[in-house]
Every structure is written in structure tokens, then in C-alpha cells.
Design a binder for this molecule. Structure first.
Ligand code: NAD
Ligand code: ZN
Length: 358
């Protein structure tokens, strides 16, 4: 049975659309009119409804060293989104016009050893939506059908728009058994906060979250942290003692990208402790290798999300009561993108969403 047969009649597509573009190799972004992309045979065109702003978008906005090395303007940016199928390529099966979907922003080669073995998150030729090809801060987005995640329509739209970073948090947090464990999370950005909520949902005992931003530490408490710790003022050893922890943390999630935070974490782990590293270090981080060796620590790097086991798991986490809505603190119309990016740059927020409807 061909599901396309039962799709509603495709609405006429406009020729042009609004898009947030890195127009030139300099700081800033422009909301401009660009042509609506046309899907190839194995691609899907999506009418974007909500899209959320990621740290990567901020790097591109600022035009920092990383962005200058990777981004080729003009480029439509953005990769965290929820929307509806607007057109299907001729070869696409299993999706229908109007379906509510999210999308995996990492496009993999499909034929390296890892891809063939089903470990697509480890593909060495990964391309990023909104980084290496046109992204989701637009009325329409085109991605391969293989990157589409059919969304559960009972989940709030705003939460679905954050499935990409929630997937980073879930991929990290579900790396290790959390039941009854004492967990340290360095960095209470949106992803650290999501990891905190997941650790609480999955049965961790104490969850200590450190940051230098008091507003974010308040959110961490709301997401189930036992303690929020000012990384610049408080000692983790003291905090661990006040919680009657005897041997250090069992599990650590590094989610700040700060070399000091990683160093503090390694020092605070119990022997045999397991650390998952998601944060991208802003500068080279010295690692206390002898401590890792002598204390038998495990350090595991995390990139992206497992395709699509992480997507399944986060759907089920949300359906069994994981609530990340308090982390979504601000919403803006896409026309107010400047205010939205200024707010993200200030750090006085959790997750910030751009609305592309209307
Ligand atoms: P974010 O920048 O919003 O949050 C980082 C937080 O760390 C901030 O709240 C900041 O105040 C805090 N921080 C700074 N110094 C600290 C210190 N010494 N101790 C404790 N906290 C400190 O970032 P995010 O969007 O939540 O993402 C978290 C990290 O994950 C970032 O480094 C990001 O680049 C990285 N990331 C990695 C992947 C991946 O696939 N590996 C994907 C997305 C994001
Ligand atoms: Zn590959």
C-alpha cells in the first residue's frame, strides 16, 4: 500500500519564503526572502512551525573562529525544529503530507563502516543541517526522508521543537545506569538542565548541578537537582559532604565546555566513576590522566544522538512524565530574531524558540 495515495492534496507552494540567513562573512544574521527549496527524490519538504536557538546558531551569528572555519555564506541557519510535511520526493515512502515531524540534523554518508553497522551517530562524514547545508530557520526546510522523525502529536509542539538538544541530553544521560547513583552535571545550560530532568526521571539519588549563572542554577533546582552549586564560589567536596556522600560522584555529565569544570569533575568522581563528555571545550583542556588511570574512571565522548534509538527513548521519556517545559523560557516571532539572539547571548534564559507560523 502506498501511503502517499491517501495524502491530502498538496497545497500550492509559494515560490519564495522568509529565512534567517548568514548573508556575509561577518557578525549578524538577516531575515530575507529566498527561494523555497525543492525536495530531491529521497527528500522531504517541511513547513517549519517552531524552531529553537542552539549555541551553534549563536557561534554562527557571532562569526567566531569556529564559524569562520566551517560556514560558507550565504547560508540559511538553524537545525532544531518541528513542522509538517509539505512535499514528498518521488521515492519517499511511509510519510504523508501534513504529518507532524521533527528531524535529525546530522546527515550521514550511509556507507561507511559505522553507518552500515547502524552506528550512524559515529559516521566520520557527518554533515550538519544549518551548518553545511540550508537549515531550519525558514518557512520551509528540505532534508533527506531518512532524517525525519515522525513526532508523537500528543507531545506539546514547543517540546518537540527541542528534540534535537533533548536528544543530546538523553544520549549523554542514558550512557550509564543512573538508578540510585549520585550524579554531577557541570553546566546548567539548556542541555545540562535537560540532563538533570532525565537523571531525576530515571531514578538517580543526588543530582548536583554546577554553573556560574545563578538564574540557571535556580532552573536546575526546578528540574530536580538536589543542589545547585556556584562553580566560582563553592567547593564540590563540601557539597558532597553536606549530602553525606562518602566516596564521590558515580556518574558525571560535562555540559559546560569549561576546562576548569572538567578538571573539577575528574577530581570529584568516586573510584570507578563514569563521565560522559558532551561540552565542546572552548580551549584545550588539560586532563588529569593519572587520576583517570589510578581511579579507574571511564571518559566517554558524546556526539549528537543515536539514530534513532535516542529519538525513541526521548519520546517515551516525555510520554512517561519527563517535563522539560520549564526550560523553555522565551518565545519570539521569527521577525524578532535580533531580540531572541541578544537574549541567548546574555545567558539570561533557558531555551528560546522562534515561531515561523503565520
Ligand atoms: P550553554 O553554553 O547554554 O551552557 C553551558 C553552561 O555552562 C552555561 O550556563 C555556563 O554558564 C556554564 N559554565 C561556564 N563555565 C562553567 C564552569 N566552570 N562550571 C560550570 N558551569 C559553567 O550550552 P548548551 O546549549 O547547554 O550545551 C552544552 C554544551 O554542549 C556546550 O559546550 C555545547 O557546545 C555542547 N554541545 C555538544 C554537542 C555534541 O554533540 N557533543 C551538541 C550540542 C551542544
Ligand atoms: Zn557514514
Amino acid at each position: 500500500m502506498n501511503p502517499q495515495k491517501f495524502s491530502p492534496k498538496p497545497a500550492k507552494l509559494p515560490r519564495r519564503m522568509r529565512a534567517l540567513v548568514k548573508a556575509r562573512p561577518e557578525p549578524g544574521l538577516e531575515l530575507r526572502e529566498v527561494p523555497v527549496p525543492r525536495p530531491g527524490p529521497d527528500e522531504v519538504l517541511i513547513r517549519v512551525e517552531l524552531a529553537s536557538i542552539c549555541g551553534t546558531d549563536l557561534h554562527i551569528h557571532r562569526w567566531d573562529d569556529w564559524a569562520q572555519g566551517v560556514i560558507r555564506p550565504p547560508l540559511v541557519i538553524g537545525h532544531e525544529f518541528v513542522g509538517r510535511v509539505a512535499r514528498l520526493g518521488a521515492l519517499v515512502k511511509g510519510l504523508r503530507l501534513g504529518d507532524l515531524i521533527c528531524g535529525e540534523g546530522h546527515i550521514v554518508c550511509g556507507h561507511c563502516r559505522n553507518c552500515l553497522a547502524g552506528r550512524r551517530h559515529l559516521c566520520p562524514d557527518t554533515q550538519g543541517v544549518g551548518v553545511h547545508r540550508a537549515g531550519a530557520f525558514a518557512d520551509y526546510l528540505c532534508i533527506p526522508a531518512a532524517n525525519v522523525w515522525p513526532a508523537d502529536a500528543t507531545i506539546p509542539l514547543e517540546v518537540l521543537s527541542c528534540f534535537d538538544p533533548l536528544g543530546n541530553a538523553a544520549h549523554t544521560a542514558l550512557s550509564f545506569d543512573l538508578v540510585g547513583e549520585d550524579v554531577l552535571i557541570t553546566g546548567a545550560g539548556p542541555i545540562g538542565l535537560m540532563a538533570c530532568a532525565i537523571a531525576r526521571h530515571c531514578g538517580a539519588r543526588h543530582i548536583v548541578v554546577s554553573d556560574v549563572n545563578p538564574q540557571r542554577l535556580r532552573l536546575a533546582k526546578r528540574m530536580g537537582a538536589s543542589r545547585g552549586v556556584r562553580a566560582d564560589h563553592e567547593s564540590l567536596t563540601e557539597v558532597a559532604r553536606s549530602l553525606c556522600m562518602k566516596e564521590g560522584f558515580d556518574v558525571g555529565f560535562e555540559m559546560s565546555g569549561s576546562p576548569e569544570a572538567l578538571d573539577t569533575m575528574i577530581a570529584a568522581m568516586a573510584h570507578g566513576g563514569r563521565i560522559a563528555l558532551l561540552g565542546l571545550q572552548k580551549q584545550p583542556a588539560p586532563v588529569a590522566v593519572n587520576r583517570v588511570v589510578l581511579h579507574g574512571l571511564t571518559l566517554k565522548g558524546i556526539y549528537g544522538r543515536q539514530m534513532f534509538e535516542t529519538w525513541y527513548k526521548m519520546t517515551m521519556l516525555v510520554k512517561t512524565g519527563l517535563d522539560i517545559r520549564p526550560i523553555i523560557t522565551h518565545r519570539f516571532s521569527c521577525t524578532k530574531h535580533k531580540q531572541a539572539f541578544d537574549l541567548v547571548a546574555s545567558g539570561k534564559c533557558g531555551k528560546v524558540i522562534l515561531d515561523w507560523r503565520g
